[in-house]
Design a protein around this ligand. Sequence first.
Ligand SMILES: [Zn+2]
Length: 355
Amino acid sequence: MFASISGPRRPSPPRPLRHARRLAVLATTVALGAAAGLTVAATPSSAAACNGYVGLTFDDGPTGSTNALLSVLRANNVRATMFNVGQNVQGNPSAARAQVDAGMWVANHSWNHAHMTSMSQSQMQSDLSQTSSAIQSATGVRPQLFRPPYGETNSTLQSVASSLGMRQVIWDVDSQDWNGASVSQIVSNASRLQAGQVILMHDGIQNTRDAIPQIMSNLNSRGLCPGMISPSTGRAVAPDGTPPPTGSPTTPPPTGSPTTPPPGGACTATATFPNVWGDRYNTSVTVQGASNWTVVVAVTAPQRITTTWNGTASWDSTGYVMTMRSNGSGNTFGFTTMMNGNSSARPQIRSCTAG
Ligand SMILES: [Zn+2]
């Protein structure tokens, strides 16, 4: 699979870790964080012309120049997916937090960019879970996407990622920025992107940052907009939580069956089920109509919720009714439910309350 996708090319080895702690970097991070509310709500300026979405991805961060990258992305109304290295996140959690504050999606790119196919299954598991924990600790967001270093993977690694609730995402287009490509070469490579596809780029490369305005101009002229990578399909889709380009009523994501709860307060919560495995499934709940919200969800016994992300969860005495409150991680939260023998039941949203 790897060979057919990426050919003989190899993305860059991990660069030396840059645990930048300069005051200037921290000051920039604070400024980005303060603008978070505005940024996340931003839609592409060319939203009306979106005929399709592409996934822009930046690997190997955070780095000492993450804030410079975020500034360029924000200036061009880009939301991108950042495949972070766990060790870098641990060394620079504020930069990882700044990624989320700037509206980016954070994803898992291993702990220290090792060649993972030579690892044992338990080594893979501990590497990826340590990385996801570091990302969640720094950002409040649990990754749902994983990209193996160098694009090197095998079935064991894919199943380990899956068992941790992550979908493996490689890439369709390699920008070659890791290989010394010029700005114009990066722009030219990006021009091959088609709707739904994903491009590999890197944090920490000046040419990549310099290419972004032209990449965006080219995409816009072709009716393509930056989107999120769907954890269920691995393809680029419309950013969740943002209005559709036409301004028509929001349509549910392509997979999963939506559950519309009775209105409670001033918000609406919609559930989809992007990942279903043999023994468990993920639920993604998107809240509309409030930025501070409380959603009550009930699961059917003997099912049990085991993991949650993007919210603060509490439970009633039975353990089957979860109250999830917004925690600043946006308007989509999620959780993993163990089926425990009941594979058909799905959670019921009991209420959505603003404030
Ligand atoms: Zn990498």
